[in-house]
Design a protein around this ligand. Structure first.
Ligand code: ADP
Ligand code: MG
Length: 643
């Protein structure tokens, strides 16, 4: 069954996976092959693609920019074990690659309006730089050091790590803010982590962000729509606030184009004199990583089902390869849950040796307790298998990973301005992402990356860079926010990547038809201003505002709150039949929204009990969150004088 030839791609490109569409629920997936036995056979059949146990011939190690991963092994300080959990936190901090650059970073931030810092994932950018700034006094006099992340989960985990390192309670000196959750203490917080979307919202109250002395825009390479907007807005603020310092940090960035973007030669001479100390030309600092070589293995033939191939590869790695944790990149909660379930079944079925595998899913929306497990080192003799979305690509660093399994896909936003439909689709990743994913295997010692696509596909079919989200998104929210910030000439706005004119026109049309913009493309009073003020999708905000006229505000508030959490169902546990029955108990012919109302009613009726949730396959945490968000929305609506 197992091919004798190492997997170097010679065959046609990867076909799109047929079985695992983004919306297929794990339960459906589990039910598709009728008997568990069949599923096992299917998994085993995949093994002919693949020999993780075999050593790759040296000649086949790709070492060029075109997809290979070359990391220099640093001569100083790198240990073969992560040291995680053993060395003191202070020692761990000093071992990180950015530590050597501490003085250089502080010097550049002092002297330059903008500093661009490029460094391999895990080098300490997100957790260390804000601390260095605080230690150097940038948070004195009640000022804030802000650090933005595109993802909520990254905001929470990085903030809690930094609080731990500083030795303070999260929410005091070190805090975070994400939408509907503020863990800061005004007057006390010095380092604040937040999503870039939240920082844009803060500009509505405080257009020049006067509370902040330094703002670090982290993960800038992700080019999320909010990051791009934020970069454009910060560039504007910088003109008016010469004392503000910006740090743009990322794992890989075309530092030069970012530097050109931020090169602000001030026209206003009075500002120039006030700002003699800060150089308007951005500084670029590259932090040398300490990664190890990663061997790349490709499948010989395209796989028809990346999920089964991933499961099978994990089992084979465990069978053939020496100790070391495994990180698997899949696309979203549904296929991660399905793979977790499948792997756990395999482990039970295969017995002893496999019981050493500890399977942990990782995606945003994961309860806090489970997030902590991801970072905790596995107990002795255990091998951790983290099955993740692309959040582990650059936003989070997991120590101890030696093997990476890359499905070659991620969930990406996709927008068609003609139909005005935006969807989250499973799409192939870029070479840049593939390279980042592979790099995760080389943190603690030389590692291996198993790509579930052929080499030929990688070389000839994969795009070299991803497309910025700005160019594949619906722009409705973005335009309202810019308008609310007083930026009327949207077309003339200084974007790091210009959105398409079709998408722009479409968004303006939609906003006009909703009555949010008037004929001069200005926000209407009061509707447009109110919609801009509510931290929800504009359509939902409008629904909330209109509900009053129909006398259904109570219900609409509940629905809006439900739409703001990921999912209230717990689908992993139990059998499909029972899960379906539970869903049916609440289902309404009118659709999901009325189903939400039924759940909400039940939850209250049964005293918000966690047992009741468990019985009904509902996520207790998520429902508590719904109640919390609903209360916040009630306050927002009251502020708008509509309730
Ligand atoms: P970067 O932003 O450069 O990718 P980070 O600052 O996020 O790097 O991480 C630096 C190091 O801190 C990681 O290599 C890891 O060892 C440690 N670390 C970060 N977050 C956590 C966490 N939540 N738990 C444990 N260790 C962490
Ligand atoms: Mg980081």
């Amino acid at each position: 069954m197992i091919s004798a030839v190492p997997f170097v791609g010679r065959l046609p490109p990867l076909s799109r996976p047929g079985n695992h569409q983004p919306n297929s629920s794990p339960v459906q997936f589990a039910a598709r092959p009728p008997r568990p036995r069949r599923r096992r056979e299917a998994a085993v059949a995949m093994s002919r693609f693949w020999r993780p146990g075999s050593d790759k011939p040296t000649a086949a190690i790709v070492e060029d920019e075109e997809g290979g991963v070359v990391f220099l092994q640093s001569s100083a300080g790198s240990s073969s074990s992560s040291g995680f959990g053993y060395a003191s936190l202070e020692r761990q901090r000093q071992r990180l690659p950015v530590y050597k650059y501490r003085r250089a970073i502080l010097y550049l931030v002092e002297r330059h309006a903008t500093t661009i810092i490029v460094g391999e994932t895990g080098s300490g950018k997100s957790t260390q730089i804000p601390q260095y700034l605080k230690e150097a006094g940038w948070a004195e006099g009640g000022r804030l050091i802000g650090c933005t992340q595109p993802r909520r989960l990254a905001v929470q985990t990085v903030a809690s790590r930094v609080a731990e390192e500083v030795g303070v309670r999260l929410g005091e000196e070190v805090g975070y803010t994400i939408r509907f959750e503020d863990q800061t203490n005004p007057g006390m917080t010095m380092i604040k982590f937040l999503t870039d979307g939240v920082l844009i919202r803060e500009m509505m109250e405080d257009p020049l962000l006067t509370k902040y002395s330094v703002i670090m825009v982290d993960e800038a390479h992700e080019r999320s729509i909010s990051t791009d907007m934020l970069l454009g807005l910060l560039k504007k603020i910088q003109r008016r606030r010469p004392d503000l310092r910006l740090i743009i940090s990322s794992a890989t960035i075309e530092a030069r184009s970012m530097s050109t973007f931020f090169n602000i030669r001030r026209k206003n001479s009075s500002l120039e004199s006030a700002d003699r100390l800060s150089n308007p030309e951005p500084a670029i600092l590259s932090v040398e990583g300490k990664g190890y070589t990663v061997e790349i293995h490709y499948v010989e033939e395209p796989v028809s089902d990346y999920l089964l191939a991933a499961v099978n590869t994990v089992l084979l790695i465990h069978e053939k390869e020496p100790p070391g944790d495994i990180l698997v990149f899949l696309t979203g909660q549904d296929d991660i849950d399905a793979a977790t379930k499948l792997l756990n079944e395999e482990i039970q079925h295969r017995g002893r040796h496999y019981l050493d595998l500890l399977i942990l899913p990782l995606y945003s929306g994961l309860p806090r307790g489970d997030q902590d497990l991801i970072f905790a080192p596995a107990s002795k003799g255990k091998r951790k298998v983290v099955i993740s979305t692309n959040i582990a690509e650059t936003s989070l660093t997991l120590e101890g990973v030696v093997y990476v399994v890359d499905s070659g896909f991620s969930k990406q936003k996709c927008y068609n301005p003609v139909s005005d439909i935006e969807s989250l689709v499973v799409a192939p990743i870029s070479k840049a992402s593939a390279r980042q994913r592979a790099g995760r295997a080389g943190r603690v010692r030389p590692g291996k990356c198993f790509r579930l696509y052929t080499e030929e596909y990688h070389l000839n079919k994969m795009q070299s860079e991803g497309i910025p989200e700005m160019q594949r998104s619906n722009l409705v929210s973005c335009i309202i926010q810019l308008k609310a910030l007083g930026i009327d000439n949207i077309l003339g706005f200084d974007w790091p990547a210009s959105p398409s004119p079709e998408a722009m026109i479409r968004a303006l049309e939609v906003l006009y038809s909703l009555g949010i913009l008037d004929e001069d493309a200005k926000l209407t009073v009061p509707l447009g201003l109110q919609v801009a003020d509510i931290p929800l999708e504009p359509m939902i905000s409008k629904m909330l505002l209109s509900a009053n006229n129909f006398g259904c505000s109570d219900e609409i508030l509940t629905i809006a709150a439900f739409l703001s959490v990921q999912s209230v169902w717990v689908s992993m546990r139990g059998v499909k039949k029972e899960f379906d029955e539970a869903k049916l108990r609440f289902a309404a012919a009118e659709g999901d929204h009325v189903t939400f109302l039924n759940i909400y009613k039940g939850f209250h009726q049964f005293g918000k009990s966690s047992q009741w949730c468990y019985k009904n396959f509902l996520n207790h945490q998520a429902l508590k969150k719904v109640i919390d968000i609903r209360e916040q929305l009630v306050r927002v609506v009251k502020r708008e004088d509509l309730f």
